[in-house]
Design a protein around this ligand. Structure first.
Ligand SMILES: [Fe+2]
Ligand SMILES: [Fe+2]
Length: 160
């Protein structure tokens, strides 16, 4: 099986995504589910191609699938979910055949994905930060008033 689908089938990945779903059961906006992960993967892959970042498709999809796996931890302990996800990702990556160099760059991108200052930078880190931001349809959100994002950060228009 290819490495991306190995992640999808990994018992820990399933467990973490299920834990996110439990914690976000009543959440009406910006869930951290499979749809969001795939949105981030596809947006990042398009940006990678259009802007010639030269990042491998495997690294982009792996980072996107794993970037929010620690979200349930943030609900439980308050730890930033980007840090929790970066801590939880290496075991899965190694067991799915990613070598050390790939794992390092994927984990680095996961760790920094919520950092606004990374948006627009070259490489996987910048791609993840920008794709994560672009994935949210703030302009059509029913819960804009409850959102913690600043007005400046919100996507008020479709970027295309
Ligand atoms: Fe996130
Ligand atoms: Fe995300």
């Amino acid at each position: 099986m290819d490495r991306i689908n190995q992640i999808l089938e990994h018992p820990l990945y399933k467990k973490y995504m299920a834990a996110n779903a439990v914690k976000e059961k009543g959440r009406i906006f910006c869930r951290h589910n499979m749809n969001h992960c795939l949105d981030v993967a596809r947006i990042a892959y398009i940006l990678n191609a259009e802007e010639n970042h030269g990042v491998s498709r495997d690294s982009i999809y792996a980072a996107a699938l794993l970037h929010d796996i620690g979200r349930h931890v943030q609900y439980e302990t308050g730890e930033k979910h980007a840090f929790a996800s970066a801590r939880m990702a290496p075991d899965i990556l190694q067991e799915c055949g990613f070598v050390e160099e790939e794992t390092e760059s994927i984990v680095d991108a996961i760790y920094h994905h919520s950092d606004k200052s990374e948006i627009g930078k070259r490489g996987l880190r910048g791609l993840m930060a920008k794709a994560d931001q672009m994935s949210r349809a703030c302009h059509s959100c029913q819960a804009a008033e409850d959102c913690k994002w600043s007005e400046e950060r919100k996507n008020h228009k479709i970027e295309w």
